[in-house]
Design a protein around this ligand. Structure first.
Ligand SMILES: Nc1ncnc2c1ncn2[C@@H]1O[C@H](COP(=O)(O)OP(=O)(O)OP(=O)(O)O)[C@@H](O)[C@H]1O
Length: 826
């Protein structure tokens, strides 16, 4: 068991605005401190304005210039190492909205170097697995989002979620041992780094898609990306299971405003409840002698129960934005961190026995013991050997006889039946052999050469020592041959491995073309809970791109322009260029690798030839010392092979780095594509609804002032003439409203005769307008409408053309004067 307090780190987000007065002191070996200076007159809110200086202790504070690599090395790597050793680990980021939690945990969406803790940790873990061939590692991944106290499975690919609420809900279940189980949260197996990164991408894309402008869940939801690790030695029944939670918490800013004494029920509408409960748990844990810790109050605290005061190595990253207006939030984040630092966890090695393997082992032991007991008791077993057992024994005896090793033993266990059977088998074989020899001898006696054979046999009896000598030489030669064959096999295998490795790497280069598919390919269901990614299932991101409505020509054009002007456009273009560059580099390295491989193969062939020649030479000359002498040709070949191998490895590792970078760039591009599509659709629907709004507004006005007041394009006085603004001037005037005492009323007839025919027609006439223009109205109906319609100059939508607008207003006034004097026309 390892006792340790939760480690706290501070990270200050870069800012372009004037920062508050703060300083980071990292000189101290035991930790670092972050200090804020708050001018008294500026201090407000909960910041105590009697104090000017606030100093907080952290394990380490990363100032604005800190790179993602540094964060990973200092914070995530030690936690990943303990997870590899079999302990649970948690890293959570806490801070106000926009302080860099997501940037720290997941990473930025622009550059490869902006990769956050999750992708870097995945790379690290899979690299470590590949370096440790003595263990078998199995990795599963889950991705949970908690929003408004509801859990959602971000890796669920069965659901076409356009809203977060459409994703399946995850339920918390607690067993009698108070262990939390999450129902409906899928665990997806990932056999390599690429699978794992694709799962991260899938979850992030689901999160992004499910978010709407009205529901910016990212700042108010918690995301828990969990790597479930299982490690076992091949054949061993003992295994180690550990979990690594990487947590991006919701923005903390609202919590600080609630205060600890806030009225929970009323606050519930406004604050993020789970952060409030998290704070309560932290406070309870940091207080001595508190027996009850309110974990059950929220889903977040239930899920993170082990990470807080339990079996886990936990690390917190307090993210801060240090511009002046965020000072109180930053101080609040630091205070929270100080409390967290008091929590003690007790991490234990999660070692367990695999029940299936254990049962099999115990069964074997049990059987052996039974047999031993029977033997000791002197009671032979009565039952017969089974067909399988007999077959197995025959194979064992054959292998025993075929093996030239004189020291080899035939292990049969304590079962007398088996021992007896093997003895009888050997007897039968021996008798067969003797029978064959006798037959041969009688054949030879009958043949004319029999005398010669006898002589030879006799001679051979005489030179028994010679025969022994010959046998010895033969065995020696046999050994030499088998050494050479083994060597050949080894070289052949090495060449095969190199070819396979090369094929993998050159396949890696082709990722540029393949990965777009793989990247967006969600894991397919293999069985209920564990799945691997399969190309058969199209990815959500891809589906999302496809499932949008077919863009009309106009919309397509708008999309093109939208992309061009989008803020991410430059980043996307830069990343595309970089990707092209990296792919070309990978291709070049791939070609270089093939050349090196060919050279190695050539050198190996030469070496084998040389060795064979020397062996043959040794045999012919019976010159065994030659074997021990150093052959300069062989030595030179070996040195060359070593050098080429070094170059090969060098290229392979460069290609590996390139491959990771290429894959990441592809993910970034894919994500940017989804974002662009989403932003465009959002913008488009906003535009559409604003058009609809103005239409319904216009329709309402139309209703207020009947269409009889509109101008007739087919009127004889103004053929084909359409002026929406002028017609609007008539139509839009609200009935019975005349805020301006000088407002005028006018008849359409007069309008028609007044408006100059030279006014250019307006091109963009909305459909509703055209419709109203098409309605034919009689002069009397026009009059009826207009006589009851009062116009105010302020309510008349004007054309924007000074001259025309002045004419319209003058006309309105003249018309009103005329009306007051003459009354309605007949
Ligand atoms: N260390 C950093 N270096 C460069 N950019 C950063 C850094 N930290 C944050 N940013 C940028 O600041 C913006 C906000 O960061 P981020 O989304 O990570 O904040 P957050 O705390 O997760 O916010 P929220 O609570 O809303 O999710 C992003 O555009 C991010 O790229």
């Amino acid at each position: 068991m390892v006792k340790h307090t939760i480690q706290i780190f501070g990270r200050v987000r870069p800012t372009k605005k004037t920062p508050a007065v703060y300083s980071v002191d990292s000189e101290d070996q035991t930790g670092a401190s972050l200090q804020f200076v708050v001018p008294r007159d500026l201090a407000d809110g909960f910041v105590n304005n009697k104090r000017e200086c606030y100093k907080f202790r952290f394990q380490k504070v990363f100032d604005q210039a800190a790179k993602q690599e540094e964060i990973f090395e200092n914070i995530a790597k030690p936690v990943a190492d303990s997870v590899l050793a079999g302990y649970n680990g948690t890293i959570f980021a806490y801070g106000q909205t926009g302080s860099g939690k997501t940037f720290t945990i997941t990473g930025g969406a622009e550059r490869y170097s902006d990769r956050g803790i999750i992708p870097r940790t995945l790379s690290y873990l899979f690299e470590r697995f590949s370096q440790d061939s003595s263990m078998v590692y199995t990795t599963h991944i889950s991705y949970l989002e908690i929003y408004n106290e509801m859990g959602y499975d971000l890796l669920n690919s069965q659901h076409e979620a356009s809203r977060l609420e459409d994703l399946p809900k995850v339920m918390i279940m607690e067993d009698p041992d108070q262990i939390i189980h999450l129902r409906n949260l899928s665990l997806k197996q990932s056999t390599n780094e690429e699978d794992a990164l694709n799962l991260l991408f899938l979850g992030d894309t689901n999160r992004m898609i499910a978010e709407t402008p009205m529901n910016q869940a990212s700042t108010r939801s918690h995301c828990i990306f969990t790597v479930h690790l299982c490690r076992r030695e091949p054949g061993s029944a003992t295994l180690r299971r550990s979990k690594l939670h990487l947590v991006d918490l919701a923005g903390s800013d609202r919590v600080s405003k609630t205060g600890l004494n806030g009225q929970l029920l009323t606050e519930a509408k406004y604050i993020n409840l789970s952060l409030h409960y998290l704070e309560q748990v932290i406070i309870a844990l940091s207080e001595k002698n508190r027996s009850h810790i309110p974990y059950r109050n929220s889903m977040l605290t239930s899920v993170l129960r082990d990470s807080l005061g339990g079996n886990c190595m936990t690390t917190m990253i307090a993210t801060m934005a240090v511009d002046k207006r965020n000072l109180d939030e930053s101080i609040s984040t630091c205070r929270f961190a100080q409390r967290v630092a008091l929590i003690k966890n007790e991490a234990i090695l999660n070692e367990e026995l695999d029940p299936a393997l254990l049962i099999a082992r115990l069964k074997r032991e049990n059987q052996a013991l039974k047999e031993e007991l029977v033997m000791m008791a002197g009671k032979p077993r009565e039952d017969q050997l089974t067909v399988e057992e007999i077959q197995k024994l025959e194979e064992l005896v054959k292998a025993f006889l075929d093996d030239p090793d004189p020291d080899l033993t035939l292990s049969l266990g304590p079962d007398m039946r088996k021992i007896q059977y093997c003895f009888s088998l050997l007897k039968v074989m021996l008798m067969d052999k003797q029978g064959q020899r006798r037959n041969r001898c009688s054949d030879e006696q009958e043949s004319p050469a029999a005398t010669v054979s006898e002589e030879v046999i006799e001679d051979s009896h005489h030179s028994a020592t010679e025969v022994t000598e010959l046998k010895k030489t033969l065995t020696q030669r046999n050994n030499e041959i088998s050494i050479l064959v083994k060597m050949l096999k080894k070289e052949k295998k090495a060449a095969k491995d190199a070819a396979a490795q090369l094929a993998n790497i050159t396949n890696g280069q082709n990722l540029a073309s393949q990965s777009a598919l793989r990247v967006s390919t969600p894991p397919s269901s293999r069985d209920g809970s564990t799945e691997t990614i399969s190309p058969d299932h199209a990815g959500r991101a891809k589906q999302y791109m496809k499932r949008g409505p077919q863009l009309s020509m106009g919309k397509q054009e708008a999309f093109e322009i939208f992309i061009r002007d989008h803020e991410d456009h430059l980043t996307v273009e830069d990343n595309k260029k970089l990707l092209k560059h990296r792919s070309a580099e990978a291709k070049r390295l791939g070609a270089e690798l093939i050349e090196v491989r060919d050279r190695i193969n050539e050198l190996k062939t030469q070496l084998v030839m040389q060795r064979r020649q020397r062996a043959a030479h040794g045999v012919m000359e019976n010159h065994t010392e030659a074997e021990e002498e150093v052959d300069p040709v062989q030595e030179k070949l070996c040195i060359q092979i070593k050098q080429e191998n070094k170059a090969f490895k060098n290229i392979v590792s460069r290609l590996k780095v390139l491959r990771t970078e290429i894959e990441h760039l592809q993910l970034l591009l894919e994500r940017a594509k989804v974002k662009l599509q989403k932003d465009f659709l959002k913008w488009w629907s906003q535009e559409a609804s604003s058009v609809q709004d103005s239409e319904s507004e216009a329709a309402a006005r139309c209703h207020a002032a009947p269409p009889s007041g509109t101008l007739q394009p087919s009127s004889p006085g103004t053929p084909g003439f359409r002026t929406p603004n002028v017609s609007s001037a008539v139509r839009y005037s609200p009935v019975g409203q005349d805020p301006n005492p000088n407002s005028s009323t006018a008849s359409v007839q007069d309008l028609r005769s007044f408006i100059p025919k030279t006014v250019p027609p307006l091109t963009a006439v909305p459909a509703w307008h055209e419709e109203s223009l098409d309605r034919r109205v009689t002069p009397s109906s026009e009059w009826r409408a207009l006589s009851t319609t009062k116009l105010s100059s302020s309510s008349i939508p004007l054309t924007g053309d000074q001259q025309t607008d002045a004419d319209i207003l003058a006309f309105v006034r003249a018309r009103q004067n005329l009306l007051t004097r003459t009354g309605p026309p007949q």
